[in-house]
Design a protein around this ligand. Structure first.
Ligand code: NI
Length: 400
């Protein structure tokens, strides 16, 4: 029996692969920044329309949500999600489908995700008489920018009426070869908060430190002091990163003590309770260090995405279904990463599985990481990107 669905999805996938590649190339040529995905939204609508699939619009502005119900009896629902936005990067690839929008590029593969979900829509519509259950397709804007499209869509009710049994999302991954996918159960990606600290002292002559309050020395003490938060206050079994990528004094010179120093950093972890405690420890530590040196400070913590947890049961079964679809050798176990992704909001609400789609090809030298000017994919990834998503969802809905 299992072969029936497998065969059906694979055949349908072959029929639609050319249009998936066309969609992706079109989207790649016309990238739009977060919360500005107007043309992308319109394009998704026109493609769904041509497939005869009903949809609703106005999800965090340019998002689109559609549902496809199978012809066999079944009440359960699985949601599939793709993000739509591009990055403020000037593309340097020399390809026919290069971005025509200066300074904007699909450098994180969200064009691939959207095109693959459109492909999944086409496949599902094609074989709808043969499966039970409903698939909700979520085309989500603004993954790359706080507060993140996912949080807004959830507030708008994208996980309600009815609540899906689970949600699946995929993300391109250049380190994995096209034709493979990667899974990880449990903790998968980090929460991500932005830390902005302004240290205020009193500037003056570098030779007369006793007449000044030196914010440079405050910065040195704060930077080392804050590492105590992640090394002494945190449970050592909880992953943590506290990185400051920018230190800037306002004025100052080799012999001039400035008035102010600003620090900008990122705090990442994988435990929501500790995350809240850590924010408090960061504030306490900085305040006390500044006070001990006679200075003052402003601390601004911009709360970003939560951590991403892959549901054990859903991820285990998805990995097993992926092995049925691709062969065990093409399903790769992954380690957690301290990068962040707003799919995490869904994972905090309902059982979720976020997996990686192999898009690299070492032989063809397609290895550039995401968020670079030369990121691209091996289009062979489309041989599985839509079909696998459909197969994972339909198997989870009990179809054989
Ligand atoms: Ni991304």
């Amino acid at each position: 029996m299992a072969e029936t669905l497998l065969h059906l999805v694979k055949k349908a996938s072959e029929r639609h692969i050319d249009s998936v590649i066309r969609d992706r190339r079109h989207l790649h040529m016309h990238p739009e920044l977060s919360f500005e995905e107007e043309a992308t939204g319109k394009y998704i609508q026109s493609r769904l329309q041509s497939l005869g699939i009903r949809y609703s619009t106005g999800w965090a502005e340019h998002g689109v949500v559609a549902e496809i119900q199978g012809g066999k009896p079944g009440k359960q629902m699985i949601a599939l999600r793709a993000d739509m936005d591009a990055l403020p990067i000037q593309e340097e690839n020399q390809v026919p489908y290069c971005s025509v929008n200066p300074g904007v590029m699909h450098a994180c593969g969200h064009d691939v995700h959207t095109a693959s979900l459109l492909g999944a829509a086409a496949l599902l519509q094609d074989i709808r008489d043969h499966f039970a259950g409903t698939i909700r397709l979520i085309f989500q804007p603004a993954e790359e920018k706080l507060p993140g499209g996912a949080s807004l869509l959830i507030k708008q009710g994208v996980l309600a009426n009815p609540v899906p049994e689970g949600i699946l999302g995929q993300h391109v991954h250049p380190p994995l070869e096209a034709g493979t996918v990667g899974f990880r159960e449990g903790m998968f990606m980090a929460s991500c908060d932005e830390i902005y600290i302004t240290l205020k002292g009193k500037g003056g002559h570098g030779a007369l430190p006793h007449e000044c309050i030196d914010p440079i020395m405050m910065a040195a003490a704060v930077l080392t002091g804050l590492q105590q938060v992640v090394s002494r206050k945190s449970d050592p079994l909880v992953p943590n990163v506290l990185t400051f990528g920018k230190i800037q004094s306002k004025g100052g010179a080799n012999n001039v003590i400035p008035n102010e120093v600003r620090l900008e950093g990122t705090f990442r972890t994988m435990n929501e309770e500790w995350r809240r405690d850590a924010h408090q420890w960061i504030r306490t530590t900085v305040n006390h260090i500044c006070a001990s040196m006679g200075g003052t400070c402003d601390i601004d913590i911009e709360v970003g995405y939560p951590f991403l947890v892959n549901d054990l049961a859903l991820t285990r079964s998805s990995r097993q279904y992926a092995a049925e679809y691709l062969g065990t050798e093409n399903v790769i176990p992954l380690e957690p990463r301290m990068t962040a992704e707003d799919f995490s909001y869904y994972s905090q609400e309902i059982p979720a599985c976020f997996y990686r789609l192999g898009t690299g090809n070492k032989t063809k030298k397609i290895t550039s990481p995401v968020h670079t000017t030369t990121f691209d994919i091996d289009e062979r990834a489309f041989e599985i990107s839509s079909g696998l998503m459909v197969f994972l969802a339909l198997r989870r809905l009990g179809n054989q």
